[in-house]
Design a protein around this ligand. Structure first.
Ligand SMILES: Nc1ncnc2c1ncn2[C@@H]1O[C@H](COP(=O)(O)OP(=O)(O)OP(=O)(O)O)[C@@H](O)[C@H]1O
Ligand SMILES: [Mg+2]
Length: 307
């Protein structure tokens, strides 16, 4: 068995004539936060619904805890908590009363389950405020509290920060991180907001029109998009020789015979230009570039961007 808590293999979903999820292979590792990033209509909710058995698979398969979910729903689903659509809370009951009903329905064993879940999401136990009077942020928190009531190992959260203000988003991020780092949960979270995913996720899957365009660790992706000096020269091999010898350059990549990227942006460009020119390498241009993650997403999703 590998370390993946959730894995999808060639997951495909067709609605009518439209293939809304196309051969998607996701790999969600134990104890990690996996961010599924995609624009509206990309297929995020559909993938989550399939994993949770809320809509049937057209083809492909989903394995959870190393086993195909098909036929094992009763063993697997109690180990997962989710918010996909807002749960049907009663507006005329308090948050605590609502959760107590859900805890009973689910046969949650721990007597402190409701109190603990509310504490994690920062809502007061036994608070008298009725759910109908909750702000959006409080509603979202209660939704998450409901998802973690039975202390599941895995959480699937579909755009949990939707509609929250920046402070609400930051708070939500903190307790999702807490659930991962302190409580060891494996978390699959979706969003169409890049900055949100990049601050939260360990791994990221980028989906567009039902196709998984890229899957990588967040740190790898950031490395790929870090700052660099773009140097255009008459002769790349010769320039590199000089830079390695004189400036001890190690961190670079060659783009083509006339351009290279230097990732050590602290180097003195004046000195570099001088050394190259003195040794008959013409420098046609040099400058600091910063391909932000944002630019990258725009590029690979072929549009105006996600965030
Ligand atoms: N029940 C359904 N019947 C037909 N088409 C559907 C159904 N549910 C979703 N779709 C279509 O599948 C595609 C993917 O939808 P999905 O809800 O998974 O996207 P999403 O990435 O979650 O988008 P959003 O960011 O807006 O929530 C869309 O084109 C949508 O119209
Ligand atoms: Mg959605």
């Amino acid at each position: 068995m590998n370390d993946f808590v959730i894995e999808t293999k060639h997951l495909t979903k067709v609605y009518g004539e439209q293939e809304v999820v196309s051969k998607v292979n996701l790999h969600i590792k134990k104890g990690q936060i996996y961010g599924l990033l995609g624009r509206n209509g990309a297929g995020k909710t559909t993938i989550m619904k399939i994993i949770l058995g809320l809509t049937p698979i057209t083809s492909g398969e989903v394995t959870v805890f190393g086993k195909n979910i098909k036929g094992r729903e009763k063993q697997i689903y109690p180990r997962i908590g989710a918010i996909i659509e807002t749960p049907g809370f009663y507006p005329n009951l308090t948050g605590t009363e609502n959760l107590e009903i859900f805890a009973k329905l689910r046969g949650t064993a721990s007597p402190h389950a409701v109190e603990n879940a509310l504490k994690i999401v920062g809502l007061h136990y036994k608070d008298k405020k009725l759910f109908g009077k909750y702000s959006l942020g409080m509603k979202q928190r209660l939704g998450i509290a409901n998802a973690i009531l039975h202390d599941p190992e895995v959480l699937i959260l579909d755009e949990p920060t939707n509609g929250l203000d920046p402070i609400g988003i930051a708070e939500m991020r903190d307790f999702i991180k807490h659930l991962s780092v302190e409580c060891g949960k494996t978390i699959l979270i979706s969003s169409h907001i890049l900055s949100e995913i990049s601050l939260l996720a360990d791994d990221i899957g980028i989906i567009n029109n039902g196709v998984l365009l890229e899957e990588s660790s967040m740190s790898q992706l950031e490395k790929k998009n870090r700052k660099y000096i773009l140097l255009q020269v008459s002769d790349t091999p010769k320039a590199l020789l000089i830079l390695e010898r004189q400036f001890n350059l190690k961190d670079y990549s060659v783009q083509d015979s006339h351009s290279l990227r230097i990732y050590d942006t602290n180097l003195n460009m004046g000195e570099i230009n001088k050394a190259l020119v003195m040794q008959n390498v013409t420098v046609t241009s040099s400058g600091i570039c910063n391909d932000t993650l944002e630019d990258y997403f725009k590029k690979i999703t072929g549009g105006e961007g996600i965030a």
